[in-house]
Every structure is written in structure tokens, then in C-alpha cells.
Design a protein around this ligand. Structure first.
Ligand code: F6P
Length: 523
């Protein structure tokens, strides 16, 4: 959508001045010392997620300028266009409606706050018809004791979302079913899974939006060949497709297909049929809760004023850090071992969405976009890379995710876990000035603290939708198309060219390094 480039707005200029006069020398310790209400004014509750933003390098005046920046770049207009079903994915000519996947079937009469536009009503009917069918199927699998293993074959958005969510909600999973996720074209991965399976007790879910992705197709064909070689007979019963390309799934020999639509981006697809592994794991009621939590966050994002809007505030903070402080990365530290795939999931969400160097009309940008996102669960990360966070030369904003109530009853563990997450955030901020040299901690290192009361299908749905929308906010403000991924194409094309050369040894036209390596690989 045409908008004024963010770096040409008056707010951007004002932010630059604010950074130079106060922003770059902002000190968190001074800010807390001079404002007893800082925690109150920089924390807020969104549906199912509480956020403390007070340990960030930000003051109220800067936030006001960031809100101005959002207004001047039309972020709210862009958001409303997405929720109205406009084709905001311009380079692919598509609407962006993953939010519709979690829209309730019908609104309660007179529901004031839920004024979602009725525009895609027809689409909503299709969404619910597919959801109902998929959940009936999920329940049938749950009730079928002969199926003990569910293997999801997919990659990128067709892997990371369901894998992250199945792990995260393991406490809600039906006992007696094992879930496996095969994504890599590296045959070691599939072989290691197949070793543990029997064809008659295995259900393969072939998850691919396009049903053309080479890794997934290669794994799917190998899985079917294994199935038949092991005496498996009923491919139609043991293979299910989750795809927008129903024709290609049929050509593969799959008769049970749950579809979705081109207006669902791969990395936004966990809410669609791609979520089937999660639905099998936690059941239809759990899956509907997952959708409901996300819908609550959609409503918050659509309707809360900018000042009380958590995705907006996180997205604007991301801009402040990336474009004014110049921070190149953000670390995500979930203090819950079940959230161990959350960093990988968020990497795709943010870096595939916003790792762009041109605006949505193809013109080069004069400012930085997506930071590098990375992380590991706490407390593990503390014993690995937190050294660099505390004493390295780069400042890396950290996003902690903590959960108040545990689902286990082992004494002592949870208090220790929570003490650690609080201590890390505190240590990053306070530092330790009374020692020199190796023992000195500079402090003033920013962090955000996201808190869930419990890790449930509802709160996980809300947390993921929160992250989707914060990525939307920064992408929109930068004027980029967050919903395409042309940058993954070149490598795919080159791999196609190289593969036969590994057989033939033909290095004609290759650069010296690729040719040299190809020779060595041929042995
Ligand atoms: O190559 C990148 C990508 O297109 C991702 O955007 C997507 O999530 C993944 O590949 C898998 O695509 P598909 O679901 O079509 O197999």
C-alpha cells in the first residue's frame, strides 16, 4: 500500500533528534529511580498475556513519537485493510486472512466489541466447514487405538507451527499417541523416524501449502515407498494431505485432504488444516481454544488504542531498537521447556516476513529491517550464551516469556525457574558497577517480560497471534510486504541445477569454489 516512507515522516525526524539528545544516553536505573510509577506505566495486559515493558530503553515522550510514527505511516489503515480482506500481499496479489481462521462461526447477538467486518462471510463459511471436518477426523484418530504414531511431513510453516504447538501443549495431549515431525530432505531424519514405526499403526500427514516443496515431496514419496515395502496396503487410510493444492494431493494417491486457501501464508498457517497434528494431540475442544485465544488477540489488535495495544507497542519498540539504537538482533528466552521450539518458530515468522531490502513496490530501502531473532529456553541459555548478553560488546534486547503456574508438581523447581528469569532480567538491567575488569557488568541492557498465567491452548494461541501482529506492525511501518518470501527462491533454483551435476561431474559455468567442492563431494 502506498504510504509515506517511514524515514521521511516528521515523526522519524523527531525520533532521531530524541535519540541523539536523550535516547542514546537513557539509563534504566535512573529511570526507575526517578519514577516510582514506571512499572505501572510501562506494563499492560492484553488478552491472556501480561507484558512488562518497563525494562526497555524508552520513555513516555519517545513512545508518543513512536505512536505518531505509526499514525503518519498509516499502520492502523494497513491493519484495517488486512482485516477487511484487501489484497495487501501485493507482490502475490493475495489477501492476508489467517485471522479469519480463528474467527468464530457466528457472533453473539449485540456483541459490541466484536465488530469484525462481515466482508469475507463466504470465506468464513468455508473456513468452518473445513475446520469441522478436520476436527471430526482428529477425534476419529484420537479414538482409534490402532494408530499409535502420527508423522507430520512438512517444512517451514508446514512444520514449525504444529511442531512448536504440539510440544508446547504436551501436558494436554492424549496419552498413547506419539508425534514425529520430519522436515529435512536429509534422509537421516526420515530414516530415524521410520526405524521406530510399523505401517499399520502409522498415520502420515503430508503437510504442504503448495504440495510442490522438494523436501516434503521427497520425504512423502520415500515414506510411501517404505510403507508399501513394509507390507502396508491401505495408502488412502494411512496418508492424509494438508494443502491448498488438492489436485496434486490426489495425483499422489491421497484421498483424504484438508484444504486451506492462498490467503493463508505458510508461516501463518498453524491455525488451518496445517494444525491437524495439534488437533489430534489436544482434541477438538483444545484446538478451538487455541483458535479462541488467537481471536481474542486479534480483537485486541484491531480495537485497542495504540497506547494500550500490545502488538503495536512491541512492534514500535522493535523499530526504536532496530532503526535508532541500531541493535541487530533480539533474543527470545522462553522460561518453559515446552516452549523450546518457540524461538525457531518466531525466527521464520519474523525473518521470513520482514527480512526484506525493498519496499512493497520493489524500491530499495534506506533503513534496516528485520533483526536476527534467536534464542533457547531458560535456564539453559544462561549456561551457554548469556555471558555475551551480560558482558559482550553488543546490546541485544531480550524477550523473556514466563508462565506463572506450572503443570507439574515437582517441589521447588518452578520457584527456582521463576527466580532465575527475574534475576536475569534484573541483572541485565542493574549490572554490577562495584567491580572492575572481568567482574564488571555494565547493565542498562533492555528486556521485555511476557507473562502467561498458565500455558494453555488459549494462552498459546494468544501469544502466537501477538507475535504475528507485532511483526505486522514493524513490517507495515517499514513499508515492506511481510507476506511474500522471494528470497527463498534462488537457492531452490540453484539446487535444481547442481543436483544432476553431482551425478555427472559437469562443472561447466560454475564458480571455482562450487566446482571445487563438487569435485570433493563426488569423491
Ligand atoms: O521455502 C519457503 C517456504 O515457501 C515457506 O514460506 C513455507 O512455509 C515453506 O517453504 C513450506 O512450503 P509448503 O507448505 O508449500 O511446502
Amino acid at each position: 500500500m502506498n504510504q509515506m516512507p517511514c524515514n521521511q515522516t516528521p515523526a522519524w525526524v523527531a525520533l532521531q533528534a530524541a535519540f541523539e539528545t536523550a535516547g542514546q544516553s537513557f539509563d534504566l536505573r535512573t529511570a526507575f529511580a526517578s519514577d516510582a510509577g514506571r512499572f505501572q506505566s510501562f506494563s499492560l495486559s492484553a488478552p491472556h498475556v501480561f507484558a512488562d515493558l518497563s525494562k526497555n530503553l524508552i520513555d513516555a515522550a519517545t513512545e508518543q513519537l513512536l505512536f505518531e510514527l505509526a499514525r503518519q505511516t498509516g499502520v492502523e489503515r494497513h491493519r484495517d485493510a488486512m482485516f477487511a480482506g484487501a489484497a495487501i500481499n501485493r507482490t502475490e496479489g493475495r489477501a492476508v486472512m489467517h485471522w479469519l481462521l480463528r474467527q468464530p462461526r457466528s457472533k453473539p447477538a449485540g456483541a459490541g466489541a466484536d465488530d469484525t467486518p462481515a466482508l469475507p462471510a463466504n470465506e468464513l463459511a468455508k473456513v468452518h466447514a473445513t475446520l469441522d471436518a478436520m476436527l471430526v477426523f482428529a477425534e476419529a484418530v484420537r479414538g482409534d487405538p490402532s494408530i499409535t504414531d502420527v508423522v507430520n511431513i512438512g517444512i517451514g510453516g508446514s512444520d514449525l507451527g504444529p511442531q512448536m504447538a504440539v510440544l508446547a501443549l504436551d501436558d494436554y495431549a492424549l496419552p498413547g499417541k506419539r508425534f514425529h515431525f520430519v522436515s529435512n530432505v536429509d534422509g537421516h531424519e526420515l530414516a530415524a523416524v521410520l526405524r521406530r514405526l510399523q505401517p499399520e499403526s502409522t498415520l502420515f500427514l503430508i503437510a504442504s501449502k503448495t504440495f510442490t516443496t522438494i523436501e516434503t515431496m521427497t520425504n512423502a514419496h520415500s515414506a510411501r515407498a517404505w510403507f508399501e515395502a513394509q507390507g502396508g496396503t491401505d495408502v488412502a487410510r494411512h496418508f492424509v494431505a494438508l494443502t491448498t493444492n488438492v489436485t496434486a494431493a490426489g495425483a499422489f494417491g491421497i484421498t483424504t485432504t484438508f484444504g486451506f486457501w492462498d490467503w493463508v501464508g505458510g508461516r501463518y498457517s498453524v491455525w488451518s488444516a496445517i494444525g491437524l497434528p495439534l488437533a489430534i494431540a489436544i482434541g477438538s475442544a483444545g484446538f478451538r481454544d487455541f483458535l479462541a485465544g488467537a481471536h481474542d488477540m486479534d480483537q485486541h489488535f484491531r480495537t485497542a488504542p495504540l497506547q494500550r495495544n500490545l502488538p503495536v507497542r512491541l512492534g514500535l519498540l522493535d523499530i526504536w531498537y532496530r532503526n535508532f539504537h541500531g541493535f541487530g538482533s533480539r533474543s527470545i528466552a522462553p522460561y518453559h521447556s515446552a516452549l523450546r521450539r518457540l524461538p525457531a518458530y518466531l525466527q521464520q515468522l519474523e525473518m521470513e516476513s520482514n527480512g526484506k531490502r525493498v519496499n512493497d513496490q520493489g524500491a530499495a530501502l534506506a533503513y534496516a529491517t528485520s533483526p536476527v531473532l534467536w534464542g533457547e529456553p531458560g535456564t539453559n541459555g544462561q549456561h551457554a550464551y548469556f555471558q555475551m548478553l551480560h558482558q559482550g560488546t553488543d546490546v541485544v534486547p531480550v524477550e523473556f516469556v514466563a508462565v506463572r503456574k506450572p503443570k507439574h508438581s515437582l517441589p521447588g523447581h518452578h520457584a527456582l525457574l521463576l527466580a532465575n528469569v527475574l534475576a536475569q532480567a534484573q541483572a541485565l538491567m542493574l549490572g554490577k558497577a562495584d567491580a572492575g575488569g572481568h567482574r564488571h557488568f555494565p547493565g542498562n541492557r533492555p528486556s521485555t517480560f511476557l507473562l502467561l498465567d498458565e500455558l494453555t491452548p488459549i494462552s498459546l494461541g494468544a501469544l502466537i497471534a501477538l507475535q504475528e501482529h507485532r511483526v505486522f506492525v514493524s513490517g507495515s511501518l517499514w513499508g515492506i510486504n511481510s507476506f511474500d518470501q522471494w528470497g527463498v527462491e534462488l537457492g531452490k533454483v540453484l539446487a535444481k541445477d547442481i543436483e544432476p551435476r553431482l551425478q555427472s561431474g559437469d562443472v561447466t559455468g560454475l564458480d571455482g569454489s562450487t566446482a571445487g567442492l563438487l569435485h570433493r563431494l563426488r569423491g
